[in-house]
Design a protein around this ligand. Structure first.
Ligand code: FNR
Length: 192
């Protein structure tokens, strides 16, 4: 059976470069034999986490729905912008909500533990959002996710993609393909 992988961008912006990257990665992973689902964080609107809100109203429905997809997957890919060298609040807030238990008998961090993730970034700037992947990688590792060591940061993102959404640089495309191959391979291994 094909490993189930989720693809998401840490940006809800219409013209998001990171969405382009996530879409491209999903196509490449499909080519490597994965069953892929491209997700839009904007489809799962969530309030900024607040413990009082959780206590009074429970986990919001969009968080429960998205969490179920994470529990059901073998691994995921995140293409994320770097905001001031760190994780954008949309992505962090979503990942935080998914870390919460819905009931006392649920195992902790069910959305994350034993999953594998690969990370990439895109930015109009010169470092391609590379610095933001440091805290993202650290956080995911701390909550039980296995991380693929290789990552791609696409600098000058405004000029990096062609009209079909492919990376113009062969080297970058090869790197991303290699990352997807690893993600598929490890997700298969972890599942079996
Ligand atoms: C940015 N951006 C940015 N870029 C970067 O390379 N390093 C950085 O530290 C930051 N910091 C930052 C902070 C905030 C608050 C914003 C709104 C933006 C620019 C960012 O990379 C750019 O907006 C990307 O286009 C965002 O990714 P998407 O939406 O294209 O996927």
């Amino acid at each position: 059976e094909h490993p189930k992988l989720l693809f998401l961008a840490g940006s809800a912006r219409q013209g998001s470069f990171n969405r382009k990257l996530a879409k491209l990665a999903a196509g490449l992973a499909e080519g490597e034999g994965a069953n892929v689902t491209l997700l839009e964080l904007a489809d799962y609107p969530l309030p900024i986490y607040n413990g009082d809100l959780e206590e009074e109203q429970g986990i919001p429905k969009p968080a429960r729905e998205l969490k179920k997809k994470f529990i059901d997957c073998d691994g995921f890919f995140i293409a994320s912008p770097e905001y001031n060298s760190s994780i954008p609040p949309l992505l962090k807030n979503t990942l935080d909500w998914l870390s919460r238990k819905e009931s006392a008998d649920e195992p902790p961090l069910a959305a994350y533990k034993g999953k594998v993730a690969a990370l990439s970034a895109a930015s109009p700037g010169g470092n391609g959002g590379l610095r933001g992947l440091v805290p993202l990688r650290m956080m995911l590792g701390n909550i039980g996710v296995h991380l693929i060591p290789q990552q791609l940061a696409v600098a000058g993102a405004g000029d990096a993609f062609d009209d079909d959404g492919r990376l113009k640089s062969d080297q970058q495309l090869q790197t991303l393909t290699g990352i997807m191959r690893e993600l598929v391979r490890v997700s298969r291994q972890l599942r079996d």
